[in-house]
Design a binder for this molecule. Structure first.
Ligand SMILES: Nc1ncnc2c1ncn2[C@@H]1O[C@H](COP(=O)(O)OP(=O)(O)OP(=O)(O)O)[C@@H](O)[C@H]1O
Ligand SMILES: [Mg+2]
Length: 229
């Protein structure tokens, strides 16, 4: 579904992503693991058309995405849950969901409220007054309101308590089990490997390691470097 090939991306003079290639197949959950500054957010922004690569291609369902504007990328069927959530804090839960559905026209949110019952209870609450975990659920729900084929999540577990981390990762697994294709960028290595089919390890903007998530969880080198075993 998503094919990224030989991507080079700069921020000004700084070469951030180096010859980066990765794929996400239809129905897969793929994770990109990387520490602070590895280039995860830069990768998300490049897929969405917020950064222009100097080299390489990004194809979605066989069609080139590079050069498209972010709204055009969303219309093609990709939605993101951004790193800092970027909710509209003075708008209600329901209004945030309506904005998520902007490219598709307001639809039925029953499935979304089913997945996150707390959002149904709080549909008239201002987004900015919700807890961090609730806001993360709303950010995921808002992306789902665009009814994407591919959902990209940039560090959804960041800053959440262990309970909310499990809730958020379980909801990602449930969405993938229903057939939604997912690209998950994380630092929470163990949780991300547990919910994903395949993984890439990003180090200083380069893919250092890739393979089935199960194999990486069992790999002594990954355990020593990333899992503190
Ligand atoms: N707008 C920008 N201008 C200049 N440099 C940038 C910009 N955005 C990111 N960078 C640099 O690019 C590198 C990659 O940053 P990026 O935010 O993509 O990493 P990340 O993996 O998302 O990190 P984190 O886990 O902290 O979110 C860093 O060295 C960062 O300082
Ligand atoms: Mg980031």
């Amino acid at each position: 579904m998503l094919e990224i090939d030989s991507l080079d991306v700069y921020h000004g003079q700084l070469h951030v992503l180096w010859d980066l290639s990765l794929t996400v197949g239809n129905g897969e959950c793929v994770t990109v693991l990387g520490p602070n500054g590895a280039g995860k957010t830069t990768l998300v922004e490049t897929v969405m058309g917020l950064n222009r690569p100097t080299r390489g291609s990004i194809r979605f369902d066989g069609q080139e995405l590079t050069g498209l504007r972010p709204n055009e990328v969303v219309s093609r069927g990709i939605a993101i849950v951004p790193e800092k959530r970027e909710l509209f804090p003075r708008m209600t839960v329901a209004e945030n969901l309506a904005l998520g559905a902007y490219t598709r026209g307001v639809g039925d949110n029953a499935r979304i409220y089913d997945l996150f019952p707390i959002l149904a209870e709080r549909r008239d609450q201002l987004a900015g007054t919700m807890s961090g975990g609730e806001q993360q659920m709303l950010a995921i729900a808002r992306a789902l309101a665009a009814r994407p084929q591919l959902l990209i999540l940039d560090e959804p577990s960041l800053g959440l308590s262990p309970l909310f981390v499990s809730t958020v990762l379980e909801s990602i697994a449930a969405l993938n089990a229903e057939g939604l294709t997912i690209l998950l960028l994380e630092q929470n290595v163990r949780s991300a490997l547990e919910v994903s089919d395949r993984a890439y390890v990003l180090e200083n903007g380069r893919i250092a390691l890739e393979g089935p998530s199960k194999a990486l969880l069992d790999d002594p080198k990954v355990q020593a470097s990333y899992l503190g075993v």
